[in-house]
Design a protein around this ligand. Sequence first.
Ligand code: ADP
Length: 404
Amino acid sequence: MKILILNAGSSSIKYQLMDLEDVHHFTLPAFGLVEKIGESMGRITHKTCVNGLNSTIVEESPIPTHTEGMARVVALLTDADKGVIREASEIQGVGHRVLSCGEVYTDPVLIDDQVKAAIREFFPLGPLHNPPNLMGIEVAQRFFPNAPQVAVFDTAFHQTMPPKAFLYAVPYAWYTDYRLRRYGFHGTSHKFITAATAEYLGKPVEQTSLISIHLGNGCSITAVRNGKSVDTSMGVTPLEGLVMGTRSGDLDPAAIEYIMEQTGMNIHDTTNALNKQSGLKGICEVNDMRDVVEAAAGGDQMAEIALQMFTYRIQKYIGAYMAVLPKLDAIVFTAGIGQNSFPVRARICDGLEHLGIRLDIQKNMASADNTREIQQDGAPIQLLVIPTNEELQIALETKQIIDG
Ligand code: ADP
């Protein structure tokens, strides 16, 4: 089944055209990124892989709107010469990554007017993502009128959290009246990792318990009990929890008023600084983990401190989640940093031997793109590195809905 996966941002559209049967049988004939929509100069990077031959097309021209961006994508996909399909109608389904639907949907859903209304209702809680996500849906409905469109929500996997985990200890009416609660994010990735862990361990998902550590530009950690998310580090927005590339993660809320008084910044700029100027970048001025590790290795003290803060916060969450999970099959590292940075994994595991976390230094350093174990032989807790694939998860869920 040919499925187009879309992730529409405020000035970008990420897309993948997947041809898939199941999690092990799929190809990726084309994927790409439309960026700088609405700016004076836009760009499309379109990559194809046909019969093992890779090619890349880069186009630069103004792209005033998402509709124009999508028109270009369709033109590239169906190009008589270099296209991977003959016409848009060959696409049998469109899967949309959508940030949040609050508590309305716990699973992916076929998009209709009611679903669109629910996405719109959550604009205030996902102001940067939900509006462009909805725009992406409306644009795709125009270009692929006969293909079922499915919304896959980044919050959905965490809807199994119990109230003791998702409520903030604030006036309860803030929850009932304004829906203030922890929603959690990266749900599509944590769900993919949960299924992949169960498969790797040869257990049913419903009997698999793990701590899933997603370390990319955004970072989150999830406690999964018997296949279900029971706690996660991100909150009402993706700002809470771990130290991230540019986000602070956990912070005393009273710090906000204090720093506003001291600097004269308004609430918008302060929140913006917590999202974009904090985390690794706030401490050592760079947010790409490769640069941080390199600088720390070169003797940069602030990079070293940033790295310590990043890994110490993760250690604290591992401890917390081990305390609340009655059993634990595996701790899993994923996403850009989790999959690739052996020094970061080593620092996270360092000193946690008393918890049964025993890293094998050699296995940890071996680079590979596939699922692998990195714990010492005979260690009580499996330590796994599993590449996440959120687009594949979206495609699988879209296919599942279409197949009924
Ligand atoms: P996103 O959250 O945008 O999907 P990714 O999962 O691609 O992000 O992760 C991006 C992060 O992964 C960046 O901080 C980058 O430095 C880090 N990263 C990628 N490759 C490596 C590597 N080989 N070593 C260390 N960090 C890496």
